[in-house]
Each structure stands twice: as C-alpha cells, then as structure tokens.
Design a protein around this ligand. Structure first.
Ligand code: ADP
Ligand code: 5GP
Length: 198
C-alpha cells in the first residue's frame, strides 16, 4: 500500500491555522491531524486529546528522554512537540498527515524526513493578524505582542517553504491547501507503480 505523505503547516500565531485546518478536515476526513503535546494551558473550548495533549513540564521532559517526539520546540514560554508513533501509524495506514507546527519544529522534521511538504500560511496584512489575535481573546496584550514579534521572525523563513498560502478568506485558504495536497499526489514518483507497469 502507498504510504501517506506528511504536510507541515506553519505560520504566525493567530493567522487562522486551526480554523482553516478544521474546515479542511471537515471536507477531507481521510487526513490524519497530528495532535501535539504542549505544556501551555488549555484555552476555553480546547479539549485534551483533541486540540492538544495538555501535559506538565515533567511529563514533557519524560517523553523527550524516551525519544517519543518526532520534533519538539519551545515557543513563547511553553513546550510543544509531535508524538512520533501516531504519525508513523497513520502513514503506514496510507493516510496523509498534517502537522501544525512552528518553524524550529518544521526544520527538525524536514532534516529527518526531506520528503515532507512544507506549507506556510500568511495573513493578508499585519494589521489583520493583530486584529485576529486580539479578537480571539485568548492571550494577554503582552502575550499578543510576543506572538507578533515572533511572527515577524517566522515570516523571514517563509521563502524556505514549498508553498505559500494566504488566509484572506477561510474558503480560499482551504481551496489552496486542498489543491496542494492533491497536486503532491500527482508527482511521478508517487505513481511509479503505474509508470513502471506500462
Ligand atoms: P492559529 O491557529 O493560527 O493561531 P486561529 O485559527 O485560532 O489561529 O484563528 C485566530 C482568529 O482568527 C480566530 O478568532 C479565528 O476565528 C479568526 N480567523 C481565522 N481565519 C480567518 C479568516 N480567514 N478571516 C477572518 N478571521 C479569521
Ligand atoms: P498555540 O499556542 O497558538 O496553539 O501554538 C503556538 C505555536 O506552536 C503555533 O505556531 C503552532 O503551529 C506551534 N505548535 C503547535 N504544536 C506544535 C508542535 O508539536 N511542535 C512545534 N514545534 N510547534 C507546535
């Protein structure tokens, strides 16, 4: 059976990654979304095991020492990491996997698995990014400023990604992501069985 592909989605906090991915997963139920572990506290409405595995710093360190992460990083005062086993199980089942991770983690995954497809999601403007972060109402003004500063640094790495998607409307962004995932499966190396069988 064909193994699934891994797609990394990175982009500034508040750009709408979770919103867009939720809409994409609603329409493509065949995709596996990797649930990360984090030491950050849950936001209202976030469910343990669905949005994140919310763990203590001690537990996170244990998972690091047991080599359970495909990658992990610190982001604005908290740890975030991708549990390896679930990603590999999904790929073995032939499912495509989406990782919503920041740039340090993206670099680690790409270093280990160069066939990973990297997609950067950007806002239509900085003003709109600040508006979305503020309207979400989940972070203090101080945290919002830290996330915006981090966003500027992250933006400088955008050109190293394979694709650049702009989340102006959720519908457009989902359409572009869907198109990218479909196109990646039309590469000849993905269809070698057919090519070599003729
Ligand atoms: P991220 O996961 O990138 O941190 P979220 O998905 O939490 O971002 O979105 C941040 C805020 O922006 C949320 O309040 C969300 O409803 C809003 N949002 C997301 N995409 C759009 C969009 N295309 N247009 C307007 N608001 C959006
Ligand atoms: P948030 O706190 O807004 O949910 O996420 C903050 C940042 O952490 C986002 O850029 C998100 O993509 C990133 N992130 C979420 N899970 C992981 C992970 O497992 N690993 C890494 N490296 N980053 C993650």
């Amino acid at each position: 059976m064909r193994r699934g592909r891994t797609f990394i989605i990175s982009g500034p906090s508040g750009v709408g990654k979770s919103t867009v991915l939720k809409a994409l997963l609603d329409q493509r139920s065949d995709i596996y979304f990797s649930v990360s572990a984090t030491t950050r506290k849950p936001r209202p409405g976030e469910i343990d095991g669905v949005h994140y595995h919310f763990v203590s710093v001690d537990t996170f360190r244990q998972w690091i020492s047991r080599d359970e992460f495909l990658e992990y990083a610190e982001y604005v005062g908290n740890f975030y990491g991708t549990p390896k086993r679930f990603v590999d199980d999904a790929m073995d089942r032939g499912q495509d996997v989406i990782l919503d991770i920041e740039i340090q983690g993206a670099l680690q995954v790409f270093g280990k698995r160069p066939d990973t497809v990297r997609i950067f999601i950007a806002p239509p403007s900085w003003t709109e990014l600040e508006r979305r972060l503020t309207e979400r109402g989940t972070d203090s003004p101080e945290k919002i400023q830290k996330r915006l500063l981090r966003a500027k640094v992250e933006f400088q790495t955008a050109h190293t990604y394979d694709y650049f998607v702009i989340n102006d409307t959720v519908e457009n962004a989902v359409g572009e992501l869907d198109a990218i995932m479909t196109a990646e499966h039309c590469r000849p190396e993905e269809r070698m069985e057919i090519i070599s069988g003729r």
